[in-house]
Ligand binder design. Structure first.
Ligand SMILES: NC(=O)c1ccc[n+]([C@@H]2O[C@H](COP(=O)([O-])OP(=O)(O)OC[C@H]3O[C@@H](n4cnc5c(N)ncnc54)[C@H](O)[C@@H]3O)[C@@H](O)[C@H]2O)c1
Length: 544
């Protein structure tokens, strides 16, 4: 069967289904194997969309889309690209979270590659089993901190799979040259260890003495097999993600989206919030709730604005107050701080502030940024206290999913009497307040990672530098006009994602050349080069 030409119908990257024209059907021996009507990609997509909408649950829609991808990749990406806003919450957060939790139960076919602790020593050889000709991008997770859902072990595969689908739809990576990876280092979640359908290695997480060498072997093998690949770390727990980034960011072409991508997209929103409130960066006082990978990543990026304003790092840090589960982070509170927290720990407090409200009363912040994962933690009292002292408070309630947002958009606008600049991590609908419509911004990482990753890949960057990440943020910010910014709009519409990713890629590549990071000889026209590398879902191969 596999040797017959009709096997093309079982090859998702070559299959066109009813899209094969009569000439192709004749040539490929498909006559009689398909219903007579020849359909255009648009006609096929119309049907697929109607099938998509006929399901009752989002998990069913998720399974439908992934099965479609496994049948006809072109149709899947055509459908996804043309309905991105509708389908993004299905292939990625929030539905992908449920899909990961039920990964073992709903498993139908394997996607991507798995490297487990039992594979130590064999990873490079295993990579030769990957059937594609080349790989441009890998998204890798160890499943240890999947979205806000905790340690899902191998069930986390849905995340690299979904994220790479967004890289294809958002930036135009070639789908057959993307590789989702799970490094299976066990799971500490008892429920999965006891679940008969769990598909990962059935043991608690391996100790650091085994974990780091396993990741190291994986990276060495990946860059040996595909020297120009970019690796994106995803959903790796706090105890490992910073160490991995520190270790490898200057060794390989890699970045961590939870830290650097989040930092970049929130920096972009913050740049526009600062434009909107028309107060220079030096005059801002920022309270962060949550000092994890996202909180620290965002603060590190916002620091760049102070640098540009000629403020030293030491002085700039005085504009940040971090609150974690134990209260205000200070050098004197008596616990052992991680190095990431230490750099933002306040040295000027002899007293201890335990609650967010106390900190807000003390600091009178111009901006409050929630990356704690704790839903409802921006209480009415907190926001009203802040709004007493600031004309246009910046309120970013960024925790996901929606139920974990520190406050809702409606609450933020009500409690500040419509004066705040609001952004969230998960989408909120526009809010009507006192006869005005407020459109909340969504600080979605999707604005940044596709274009940033494409840039690094196209110019064959040595590394992803801070300057490249900041350039991506500024480019995104420039998509919002001054007149829009003054109305509180801080992010452009996501429907323009291809255009946004393309411009981000061009600007980041220019920055990479400026910094001597790009290894590809400089082309005459960077934009033309980027566009020539972007995949367009079409049966007309001249477009790919
Ligand atoms: N683009 C975005 O909007 C975006 C991007 C990344 C992450 N996020 C969201 O940010 C949140 C945090 O993500 P992360 O990766 O940094 O997680 P993390 O686990 O690394 O960090 C969470 C932080 O919150 C702190 N925390 C926990 N309970 C707290 C409490 N009761 N009070 C104050 N602080 C508390 C922890 O001490 C830790 O510092 C998640 O909800 C995630 O969905 C949003």
């Amino acid at each position: 069967m596999q040797n017959k030409p009709s096997f093309i119908l079982r090859n998702p990257s070559a299959n066109k289904g009813t899209g094969f024209n009569n000439e192709e059907r004749e040539k490929l021996g498909l006559k009689g194997l398909l219903p007579p009507k020849v359909e255009s990609l648009q006609e096929q997509s119309d049907r697929a969309l109607s099938q998509f909408t006929s399901f009752n649950t989002n998990l069913e829609r998720y399974i439908f889309l992934n099965c479609l991808r496994d049948r006809n990749e072109t149709l899947f990406y055509y459908l996804l690209s043309n309905n991105l806003e509708l389908m993004m919450p299905i292939i990625y957060t929030p539905t992908v979270g449920e899909a990961c939790q039920k990964f073992g139960n709903e498993f139908r076919f394997a996607q991507g590659m798995y490297f487990a602790s039992q594979d130590k020593g064999n990873i490079r050889a295993m990579m030769d089993n990957w059937p594609a000709e080349g790989v441009d991008i890998i998204v890798v997770s160890d499943g240890s901190r999947i979205l806000g859902l905790g340690d899902l072990g191998t069930n986390g595969m849905g995340i690299p799979v979904g994220k790479l689908q967004l890289y294809v739809a958002g930036a135009g990576f070639c789908p057959t040259r993307t590789l989702p990876v799970i490094i299976d280092s066990g799971t500490n979640t008892k429920k999965y260890l006891e679940d008969k359908y769990y598909l990962g290695e059935r043991h608690p997480r391996i100790p650091d003495s085994e974990y780091y060498p396993l990741v190291d072997e994986f990276l060495a093998a990946a860059f040996n097999k595909w020297p120009k690949v970019i690796v994106q770390f995803e959903d790796i727990s706090n105890d490992h993600c910073f160490n991995l980034l520190d270790e490898y960011r200057n060794k390989y072409l890699c970045f961590n989206d939870d830290i650097q991508g989040t930092g970049s997209v929130i920096l972009s929103g913050f740049i526009n919030a600062v434009r909107s409130v028309q107060k220079p960066i030096k005059e801002h006082r920022m309270v962060f709730l949550g000092a994890g990978s996202a909180g620290i990543g965002v603060a590190d990026c916002i620091m760049s604005l102070f640098d540009e304003a000629g403020v030293s790092k030491e002085e700039a840090r005085k504009s940040f107050w971090f609150v974690d589960s134990k209260g205000l982070i200070t050098t004197t509170r008596g616990d052992e701080l991680t190095s990431q927290k230490k750099q933002y720990a306040r040295e000027d407090y002899t007293y201890q502030l335990k609650s967010l409200l106390e900190v807000v009363r003390d600091v009178k912040p111009t901006a409050i940024i929630g990356l704690s994962g704790i839903g409802g933690s921006f209480s009415q009292e907190v926001i009203e206290e802040m709004a007493k002292h600031v004309e246009k408070p910046i309120v970013f309630a960024l925790s996901n999913p929606t139920t974990n947002a520190e406050c809702t958009a409606e609450q933020a606008y009500q409690w500040t009497d419509g004066r705040c600049i609001f952004a969230s991590g998960s989408p909120f609908k526009p809010v009507e307040y006192k006869g005005k419509t407020f459109v909340p911004g969504q600080g979605n990482n999707m604005y940044i990672f596709p274009g940033l990753g494409l840039a690094a890949s196209v110019c064959e960057a040595k590394h992803v530098t801070d300057a490249m990440i900041i350039t991506a943020a500024k480019t995104l910010a420039s998509f919002v006009e001054d007149s829009e910014v003054l109305t509180g709009k801080i992010y452009p519409g996501l429907q323009h994602i291809r255009e946004i990713s393309t411009r981000i890629a061009v600007k980041v590549i220019e920055k990479a050349y400026e910094e001597g990071m790009a290894q590809l000889p400089r082309p005459d026209n960077i934009e033309a080069l980027v566009k020539s590398r972007q995949y367009v879902p079409s049966y007309d191969k001249s477009k790919n």
